[in-house]
Design a protein around this ligand. Structure first.
Ligand SMILES: Nc1ncnc2c1ncn2[C@@H]1O[C@H](COP(=O)(O)OP(=O)(O)OP(=O)(O)O)[C@@H](O)[C@H]1O
Ligand SMILES: [Mg+2]
Length: 256
């Protein structure tokens, strides 16, 4: 039987009187590309924020590879193997492309304060490894010719790729992508689909994807959950979801 990577049960999140997520459950199996869609304000990003430890849930459970994540800090969840990108790109915009990825990979570094201060021994070895690994990742995401550029000066699509390279630097088993195709035209989002699919294959990555571009979702995902006002209104394959009347009424039929 295929291994369960992420198991969410009866998740609830209230912000004062606003119920952002209500009784949300979902199971993601190893190697799936799982989509989460729904109108603005439906609660999609809130679910990512709970999985990654940014918000504590008001109720329910989140298990990653059988381990309970509730109460863990974001860095512990990253160490466990969950990486993410953000709806609004988060980079160190004044640092170089290479520096952005090296910083992200520092969870793997293992040296004492003394060797860091003296720039000797294990510090040098770790820094060399982090640099080599960062160069490899930048090559994989197609930014190998931009390593010295300032991240904030990159075109938007390249910033998205850099954010994904940073996420990959922690060797994730599960990658959460929050609207990676936002702001992209049809050609760019088509290119992004190929890129995400290649990463999924190359790194054996399970992917949980929030996206409004339905062409991207339908092309990439094997299963989709649809949220509306914090509640699941449909779950199924892309074909089932796009034919569902509730989904058409709540989401697909409405111009964004
Ligand atoms: N930190 C917060 N404090 C108060 N309310 C919040 C907070 N974060 C989210 N919300 C509310 O929770 C609801 C769900 O928001 P969320 O950002 O999860 O939606 P979303 O589905 O990601 O929307 P979008 O497609 O616009 O990104 C919204 O009503 C939002 O205003
Ligand atoms: Mg969102």
């Amino acid at each position: 039987m295929t291994e369960t990577i992420l198991n969410i049960r009866d998740l609830q999140k209230n912000f004062g009187g606003v119920v952002a997520t209500r009784d949300f459950s979902l199971e993601i199996k190893k190697n799936q590309i799982f989509g989460l869609i729904g109108p603005n304000g439906a609660g999609k990003t809130t679910i990512f924020n709970i999985i990654t430890g940014i918000y504590a849930p008001s109720g329910g459970s989140v298990e990653f590879l059988g381990e309970d994540l509730v109460g863990k800090m974001p860095y512990q969840i990253a160490q466990a193997g969950i990486a993410r990108t953000f709806q609004n790109i988060r980079l160190f915009s004044n640092l170089s492309v290479l520096e952005n990825v090296i910083i992200a990979s520092h969870k793997d570094c293992n040296y004492s304060i003394f060797s860091a201060m003296s720039h000797l021994g294990s510090y040098q070895k770790n820094e060399k490894m982090a640099r080599e690994r960062a160069m490899q990742l930048l090559e994989i995401v197609g930014l190998q010719d931009n390593t010295d550029r300032i991240a904030g000066g990159l075109p938007y699509g390249h910033q998205r790729r850099l954010e994904i390279a940073r996420a990959l630097a922690i060797h994730p088993k599960l990658l959460l992508l929050d609207e990676p195709a936002a702001g992209m035209n049809a050609e760019e989002s088509e290119e992004l689909c190929g890129f995400v699919f290649d990463l999924h294959k190359k790194f054996d990555l399970t992917i949980f994807l929030i996206e409004h571009h339905m062409d991207v979702v339908v092309k990439l995902c094997d299963m989709i959950t649809v949220l509306n006002f914090g509640e699941t209104i449909c779950k199924g394959t892309p074909q089932q979801v796009i034919a569902d009347e509730c989904v058409i009424e709540a989401y697909l039929g409405v111009e964004k």
